[in-house]
Design a protein. Sequence first.
Length: 274
Amino acid sequence: MSTFLDITKRWSSKHVDDEELNIIIEQSLLAIEKDIIANREQAENFLLPLLNKLAHDKNKELRILSIGCGVGEDVSVLVDKHYDCYGIDAGARIVCWPKMRNKRRLIVGDGKQLPFKNESFDVIIMLEVIEHIGSDDLSNLNKKEVEAARKEFISGLLNCLNKGGYVLLSSPNKNFCIDFFHKPNFLGRVRLHSPWEAMTVSYNELIRYFVKIGNCSSIESLSIEGFFHNKSARGIKKLIYKLANIYFRAINKGVYPFVPHSFLCPHLIMLIKK
């Protein structure tokens, strides 16, 4: 963890005193531990059942890439279950990689320039990634620049995917105007946004990017029930997770074919076939 401490000290030395620095370090370590737990639970409860089904349907062992893998615990979970899985990330959470299992399968790199040969993977996972392409800074977003960056990113991603392979993608839904994950601007809890903003994506935009431009053969909206799975949550957070899953279960029945297009669905989870 010395690498983490060095980075934190370099980043903070000009702005905080030693006591504040120790608080930052403690809070950051705790945040990383929470990320590892959440990453593991999502891999075990959502990714594994889906990948097991895909492997059964394709009748082959799957080679998998997780773009924006963060702490990389999803890679460890999948490797432990005998999947040939790799992760790539360039964010701050890579500082915990030296302590992770299967760390040799974690690659420091930018998802915009994937260091792999064409047709290298059967499944590419990119959870909560596409909304950051071309829009890391939420201020002064240029829609044309964001779209150009995403087209380039998706083109490179699809080049690395085998024919008949799958992209598993998740992102906040542009048409649902409450974002729970990025830079809160309302009551310090959520980000309210316009359905015409540049950062988030809509169902129809994903169809255009992957099917009309990327020539993928199909795009399927998956149920979001169980995607936000957190056994370790306590108190009010546990209640929120339970209420959210009740809501997700409700919208997945009857009206679900309409939901991905509408303001009713807070999150998009798509399975896209090349």
